[in-house]
Design a protein around this ligand. Structure first.
Ligand code: GRF
Length: 217
């Protein structure tokens, strides 16, 4: 099976990006990252891409007249490289409707909670973990999902849970959840590249088997 051409959008440190790079190198993902784009000039994820020999560019939204034209530029750059799968790895901007329809069921996002809890507008990064602690939740986790036209509402691909301990802080929770993010994002991208993901309405069939357990660490 030929390798899936992947495009990655980032805004920050890029640890999720790094987990994809590492697992491509280990042969766990039958894909090739053709381009990494950041909307933030100082995103360390750009350094990670350059170190891995992947074309990594900063595109500033302020260089474009509006939201639509910025998204058209993103599409243009990915199309130029025949990208087939877009991964949002810590990307903090909303995509345009044009972008989402151009890559329907081919945009994967990672979110640091068990959607539909603590997601949507305003729920990103540490704010998610703070909301989990404030609510007194005993379980949280991460979700990988296809992107549709709204924020964090697309069909869910994979989820994994972690226990919230009484002495957990935003930092300790973020660390635990990030480990899960790396695992399920890699697995979801690997399944996509193996042609094993099938979207049926809101349901995503993964052919993964039901041997997934809830982690309780
Ligand atoms: C992660 O918490 C992820 O859930 C969110 O962005 C954060 C940073 O991820 N989407 P990364 O280290 O930049 O991959």
């Amino acid at each position: 099976m030929s390798r899936t051409k992947i495009g990655v959008l980032i805004s920050g440190g890029g640890t999720n990006l790094q987990s994809i790079i590492d697992n491509i190198d280990k042969g766990n993902i039958n894909g090739e990252i053709k381009l990494i784009i950041s909307n933030k000039r100082d995103a360390y994820g750009l350094e990670r891409g350059k170190k891995a020999g992947i074309q990594s560019i900063f595109l500033s939204p302020s260089d474009y007249s509006d939201f639509q034209s910025y998204n058209r530029k993103l599409i243009e750059e990915f199309k130029k490289r025949d990208v087939e799968l877009i991964v949002l790895a810590g990307y903090l901007k909303i995509l345009s409707k044009d972008f989402v329809s151009e890559y329907k069921d081919r945009i994967i996002n990672i979110h640091p909670s068990l959607i539909p809890s603590f997601c949507g507008k305003g729920y990103y990064g540490d704010r998610v973990h703070q909301a989990v602690l404030d609510y007194g939740c005993k379980i949280t986790g991460a979700t990988v999902h296809f992107v549709d036209e709204d924020a964090d509402t697309g069909p869910i691909i994979l989820q994994e849970a972690v226990r919230v301990h009484e002495d957990d802080t935003v930092e300790s929770l973020q660390k635990k959840v990030l480990e899960i993010e790396h695992q399920i994002l890699v697995e979801a991208v690997s399944l996509f590249c193996a042609g094993k993901l099938r979207v049926e309405g809101r349901l995503v069939k993964t052919n993964r088997g039901d041997n997934c357990e809830t982690r309780t660490n």
